[in-house]
Design a protein around this ligand. Structure first.
Ligand code: BGC
Length: 430
């Protein structure tokens, strides 16, 4: 890795404040103060949003292995459906607020971990666990930085996903004589050709608006470059900067190429359009690769190919799923057993080939990964890393919520001025 970002933004615990009802994902009443870590000594409750196709295969395989190795412990899979944590984050906020934390929960490295839960003093530091397991040189330093705050480490990364990838249907490209586009203009030329041939150029499923935010953040990355992209979310570049305005225009142009029924599809539904050849391309985190390969049984580099979002080659939009130890739970030792397992090469090499991601550890077994995995591991080492906005690493949850709303409105209205003004208005929340 050449560079790493250190995006330090203000804490906005909007979701914590906003979500203060008192029921958990099971609909049970969260009895403040009495129930911590759910299930007492022998149960480890794992909270995530990995449910359904393309999401839960890796989690279930992890749980199976952990159970096999720890038959005395019971694992409760407390996953809440909804891509990118759309619903899970609100349920989690309610539980944390009600003093009813899960034993451990999925949280993105970066702002989502540090400026929400760590800053609110809800997490135990895990420096001892890292030392006991000899992990300090087993995870990239940049990744450890991402899950650290004020010199203490707060979670264990299980994966590294990439967000600035476009997956494409190889047959559709071949049949229509399309070359992989490297620039925005090449993308537009290819998309026009596909549209003329009756193929939807770009699949989008923004039933949950984060999928559109991903496209926008990648256009921003292409326009600004990695350093200024980071500065934008630090508040050092204004949202009415002409390159941001240009990004909004280009984002609007890309929306000319999406499927008409985008608003009724989720990310898996949009991926299906590419899998079955109704659409040519999909910009999605590489959990889509896990979905293509493990659920839809497509072959990497045969049925589908991949390339960096035009204009972002050499950059890596990083999304890392991590798990930590909430304060005040009844069974920290059992949870630490799970976290120790999660940080092992064994667990990472079970999980990541199924999830589509690369392992967070540097010493995982490369032979377990397909060509996409190997390429991504190589890119990760060389690329400039930038935090994803849509996945909680670049800015606070408060800003992200407003950015998602603004993008959602833009998708139907395509009004550049309104988008820019909404982002400017939301900027203080960063
Ligand atoms: C998570 C991924 C997950 C994706 C879709 C992202 O925020 O980091 O693990 O697959 O959302 O739900």
């Amino acid at each position: 890795m050449k560079k790493m970002y250190g995006v330090i933004l203000l804490l906005v615990l909007a979701m914590v404040v906003a979500a203060c009802s008192s029921s958990d994902d099971d609909g049970k009443s969260a009895d403040a103060g009495s129930k911590k870590g759910d299930g007492g000594k022998n149960q480890v409750e794992i909270f995530s949003w990995w449910t359904g196709a393309g999401e839960e295969d890796g989690l279930l395989a992890l749980i199976d292995k952990f159970q096999e190795e720890n038959p005395d412990l019971k694992v409760k899979n407390a996953a809440v459906a909804g891509g990118a944590g759309t619903n899970a984050k609100a349920v989690l906020a309610t539980r944390m607020q009600g003093n009813d934390p899960p034993s451990t929960f999925q949280v993105h490295g970066g702002e989502e971990l540090n400026k929400s839960w760590v800053a609110a003093d809800k997490m135990e530091p895990l420096d001892d666990l890292y030392k006991e397991n000899d992990w300090m040189d087993k995870f990239p330093k940049d990744l450890i930085d991402l899950v650290s705050n004020d010199g203490k480490i707060y979670s264990v990364p299980v994966d590294i996903h990439r967000g600035n990838v476009i997956f494409y249907n190889k047959k559709v490209f071949e049949e229509n004589g399309i070359d992989v586009p490297k620039t925005f203009d090449e993308f537009v030329t290819a998309a026009d050709k596909l549209k003329k041939a009756g193929v939807t150029p770009l699949a989008m499923g923004d039933k949950e608006s984060w999928t559109a935010t991903m496209i926008f953040e990648n256009v921003l990355l292409a326009e600004l470059g990695p350093d200024d992209y980071i500065k934008l979310f630090k508040g050092d570049i204004a949202f009415d900067d002409k390159r941001v305005v240009e990004s909004a225009k280009k984002f609007g142009k890309l929306l000319d190429y999406i499927n008409d029924d985008h608003a009724s599809r989720n990310w898996q539904d949009s991926a299906q359009l590419v899998a079955n050849g109704d659409a040519a391309m999909l910009n999605m985190g590489d959990w889509a690769k896990g979905y293509f390969v493990n659920d839809l049984k497509l072959k990497t580099n045969k049925d589908f190919g991949y390339f960096a979002f035009p204009g972002t080659e050499g950059n890596f939009s990083i999304i890392t799923d991590t798990f930590g130890l909430p304060k005040g739970i009844d069974n920290p030792d059992e949870v630490k057993k799970f976290l120790t397992f999660l940080g092992s090469t064994e667990a990472q090499d079970i999980f990541n080939p199924l999830k589509g991601s690369i392992p967070a550890r540097v010493d995982a077994d490369e032979s377990k990964y397909d060509e996409y995995g190997k390429d991504t591991m190589a890119d990760f080492k060389e690329a400039s890393l930038v935090p994803s906005l849509a996945h909680g690493s670049a800015a606070s949850e408060g800003f992200l919520t407003k950015a998602n709303q603004a993008v959602n409105i833009f998708v139907t209205q395509k009004d550049v001025d309104t988008l820019i003004q909404s982002l400017k208005n939301a900027a203080p929340e960063m």
